[in-house]
Design a protein around this ligand. Structure first.
Ligand SMILES: *[C@@H]1O[C@H](CO)[C@@H](O)[C@H](O)[C@H]1NC(C)=O
Ligand SMILES: *[C@@H]1O[C@H](CO)[C@@H](O)[C@H](O)[C@H]1NC(C)=O
Ligand SMILES: *[C@@H]1O[C@H](CO)[C@@H](O)[C@H](O)[C@H]1NC(C)=O
Ligand SMILES: *[C@@H]1O[C@H](CO)[C@@H](O)[C@H](O)[C@H]1NC(C)=O
Length: 429
């Protein structure tokens, strides 16, 4: 428990951080970035996306799995959590309210029941205690370390060690990027007074990092001539009343070559139990679809490929079903060229998934490789009918705007010779 002196300092800093746009607390004042970019790696065995921050005093490197829907940052604390700047959060405090935490534990410690492992969906029965500590983020400048930004009283949740099961090896917790006022993008935005938004650009090369950019662009990429990518399309974010921290969009149809895939449209809306609809999640390596939607999509796609190109279907390569002999597909200079899979959104906006995001090159043995439709069967009762996964976001720039409740997105950057792995980190800080 902090002394009451510390308690008041804590509240004072919190109020400064959240309610002042012109004053800063002393430790955050010296350097105020317009945006902050973090390199994003992919864990080779789980395919989870990870990023690193520094936490505690003295600082420790904390690798975290990224999750779009998790409401806050959580780390396993346990006995090895040593930090002179660690402060538990008291029941009834502004931080407790901000985090919408409703449990009060012994010693007046504010706790939340929303703590959950996004991979296993396991929640510890005792919930998680709220605390604050220093977080530092190393900005990257080209191949050099850039300046370090400091968030003095970062609000996070302490989890038991066992909750790490199912996360990538070496990871200490989850960086929650959710639609809440205590998620990483929200706390960075309020600390540095920049926009409550973040962008993701996932690399399609396993060994090269993509980027997670908090705050405003510009989004600059290295190429023969430096390019700035702007977002051509936006669509409103939809709120799921049961899972308000997740990012949903209003897909009304799936369309291939001007024809709507015949599906049960009621699966595309969110029902009173919070099931159905279309959400985004980078926890899943590939887009998942409710069985009937999945089957309808494969049938339609397969018909078009067979009719238009006489493409030859080959044995499935798990987790995919619709796989094709590579020599029977049409090509352009960037790879196979098949009809786009379009997600139809409100106001005539369409999310075009081109072959770079719809086909996965899969190998069973040296002699057996195929291009497979990169979507996975989600069974008959998934919580969302469509979950747009990481593969469909590779070499695409997506921007999650919490303040404006909208999602901005590009089509694949590959035809423009732009890769997420070439994001210019030194352009943003
Ligand atoms: C990034 O590095 C370049 C060259 O090394 C330097 O000129 C520039 O000032 C650095 N930018 C920041 C924000 O540190
Ligand atoms: C989050 O913050 C915004 C802007 O400060 C505010 O309008 C909104 O009511 C807050 N939401 C919650 C759930 O506290
Ligand atoms: C369409 O989906 C809804 C929601 O799952 C279900 O209640 C309804 O029976 C389905 N309709 C048909 C025709 O399958
Ligand atoms: C793979 O191809 C090689 C040469 O084309 C052949 O000798 C070998 O039997 C093939 N292996 C299988 C498992 O088909």
């Amino acid at each position: 428990m902090p002394s009451s002196y510390h308690y008041h300092i804590l509240i004072f800093s919190l109020l400064l951080i959240h309610y002042s746009s012109t004053t800063t607390s002393s430790s955050a004042a010296s350097y105020r970035p317009k945006s902050i970019a973090l390199p994003v790696s992919r864990d080779p065995s789980t395919l989870q996306l990870t990023a690193k921050v520094l936490q505690r005093t003295p600082p420790v490197i904390i690798p975290l799995t990224l999750d779009l829907g998790t409401p806050f940052l959580w780390v396993s604390c346990g006995k090895r959590y040593l930090s002179s700047t660690y402060r538990p959060v008291s029941c009834g405090s502004p931080q407790c309210t901000l985090a919408n935490a409703k449990i009060c534990k012994t010693n007046n410690i504010c706790s939340t029941s929303s703590l959950k492992n996004p991979v296993t969906n396991i929640s510890p029965p005792s919930g998680g205690e709220l605390a604050t500590d220093v977080i530092r983020i190393n900005s990257i400048n080209g191949s050099n370390m850039g300046k370090t930004v400091t968030i003095p009283n970062y609000l996070f949740v302490c989890a038991p060690m066992s909750l790490l099961q199912g996360l990538a090896k070496g990871v200490s917790g989850v960086a929650g990027l959710g639609r809440t006022n205590v998620s990483l993008p929200s706390q960075l935005a309020s600390t540095f007074s920049f926009s409550r938004k973040f962008a993701l650009c996932l690399s399609s090369f396993p060994s090269e990092d993509g980027a997670l950019i908090f705050g405003d662009g510009p989004y600059n990429f290295a190429s023969d001539i430096d390019v700035e990518v702007t977002l051509p399309s936006y669509t409103p974010l939809v709120r799921n009343p049961v899972r308000p921290s997740e990012y949903y969009i209003g897909v009304s149809a799936l369309r291939i070559s001007q024809a709507d895939v015949p599906i049960n449209k009621s699966l595309l809306s969110i029902d009173s139990k919070g099931n159905g609809g279309t959400m985004l999640s980078v926890i899943y390596p590939y887009t998942i679809m409710e069985t009937s939607i999945y089957k309808a999509l494969i049938t339609e796609f397969d018909n078009i490929l067979k009719t238009n190109y006489k493409s030859k279907r080959v044995a499935p390569i798990a987790p995919f079903e619709a796989c094709y002999d590579p020599s029977t597909l049409p090509y352009t200079r960037i790879g196979p060229s098949v009809p786009d899979i379009n997600l139809v959104l409100p106001n005539g906006v369409v999310w075009r998934m081109q072959a770079t995001n719809s086909l996965v090159y899969s190998t069973l043995s040296p002699n057996q490789s195929a291009y497979c439709l990169g979507f996975v069967n989600g069974g008959s009762n998934p919580r969302a009918s469509i979950v747009i996964g990481a593969y469909q976001l590779e070499d695409v720039l997506v921007q999650f705007d919490l303040a404006k409740s909208r999602l901005g997105f590009t089509t694949s950057l590959v035809p423009d010779r732009i890769r997420c792995s070439r994001f210019k980190f030194n352009s943003v800080v």
